[in-house]
Design a protein around this ligand. Structure first.
Ligand SMILES: [Zn+2]
Ligand SMILES: [Zn+2]
Ligand SMILES: [Zn+2]
Length: 338
């Protein structure tokens, strides 16, 4: 019988469809053609002139901006969804209709000069650099009074919306708090009012006690399959300690976060044959003070299924994999790999 599960944070329901349940192996995709070197890639070292001028780069000493010699490079998106960074929001209402200017920012964070190596396969120090670039650019946009939320994402693989093969993340600085984050905040506030505790910390405690949905952990971070996973092999990466804001991570957190992210993505790649995925960071909106209530996390959603009429029309996802089975499968892959 299909089982309805409710997310303890958002209170949204998902259908875990055991009728349709497949074995984890069935989600492994056909082998994907690995990324091929291309000569015209604007994100490759040597092609810096093909992008707008860099806004940040960690460079080998003595190398000039917009030339090779960088480890991580951040450039404005050529076709920004948000921007410029300042101006008149011109928020207005016209009868039922509301509008404002899409001020803010939209940047590309190029993971490394390598066209073919990504987070799962790069040296860990390189992933640390990427994480530091996330934080540096986050802080820069947070200082802009127009910006209310900074959304950092990665789309991996064409089926997950990556328009370029060269591994990269994107940062969106936006002039409002997005609905999904508002829903999580509302849920977290409700839980805090009722029980006086952080719902994310409580979920983590429950997960660590049971253990059946834990995928991996290190000294500071845990990766688990959420109880009400919306898609097969959904994973959440969360700091073990209560941390409301992503951008306040110290050096030790940066390395532990990068290591956990790398390991989670390597498990996906090795266990499921390199599937496309999207990940994003949910953290406290830049201008809010909800330190006791909210707890930052990174959500990874592999693209192994798609939302159709039921999901789009109801907002209720049908997930054809049991989160417990998915977690056990990935744990096993990890045991084999280590
Ligand atoms: Zn490239
Ligand atoms: Zn917490
Ligand atoms: Zn979230």
């Amino acid at each position: 019988m299909p089982e309805l599960r409710r997310d303890p944070i958002t209170h949204e329901w998902v259908v875990i469809s055991t009728e349709r349940a497949k074995r984890p192996h069935d989600f492994a995709r056909q082998s994907r053609t690995p990324a091929q070197q291309e000569t015209n890639c604007p994100f490759c070292a040597g092609n810096e002139s093909k992008t707008p001028p860099e806004v940040l780069a960690y460079r080998v000493d003595g190398t000039a901006p917009d030339t090779p010699g960088w480890l991580v490079r951040v450039v404005p998106n050529l076709y920004p969804a948000f921007g410029p960074a300042s101006g008149d929001l011109a928020a207005q209402k016209d009868g039922l209709y509301q509008s404002m200017n899409g001020l803010g920012g939209h940047e590309v964070i190029i993971t490394s000069p390598s066209h073919t190596e990504d987070i799962a396969s790069l040296p860990l120090e390189q992933v640390d650099c990427m994480t530091r670039a996330y934080i540096d650019r986050y802080l820069s946009h947070k200082a802009n009074p127009i910006v209310q939320f900074v959304h950092i994402i990665q789309n991996y693989g064409r089926d997950a919306g990556a328009s370029r093969e060269h591994p990269h993340s994107q940062l969106f600085a936006i002039p409002l708090v997005p609905e999904l984050v508002a829903t999580e905040l509302e849920g977290a506030q409700r839980h805090h009012t009722e029980r006086g505790s952080c719902v994310f910390c409580d979920v983590l405690q429950e997960e660590l006690r049971g253990g059946e949905r834990i995928i991996l952990e290190n000294e500071r971070f845990v990766v688990f399959a959420p109880y009400a996973s919306r898609v097969p092999f959904e994973m959440w990466l969360m700091p073990k300690a209560h941390r409301p804001r992503f951008e306040t991570m110290g050096e030790h957190d940066v390395s532990a976060f990068s290591a956990a992210l790398q390991e989670a993505l390597a498990l996906l790649r090795n266990g499921l044959n390199d599937p496309p995925f999207n990940y994003w960071i949910h953290t406290t909106p830049t201008q809010m003070a909800v330190d006791d209530v909210y707890h930052w996390h990174l959500e990874i959603l592999p693209k192994l299924s798609f939302a159709a009429g039921f999901e789009l029309g109801t907002g209720i996802m049908i997930n054809s994999a049991l989160p417990e089975t998915a977690a056990a499968f990935l744990r096993e892959k990890r045991a084999i790999a280590t």
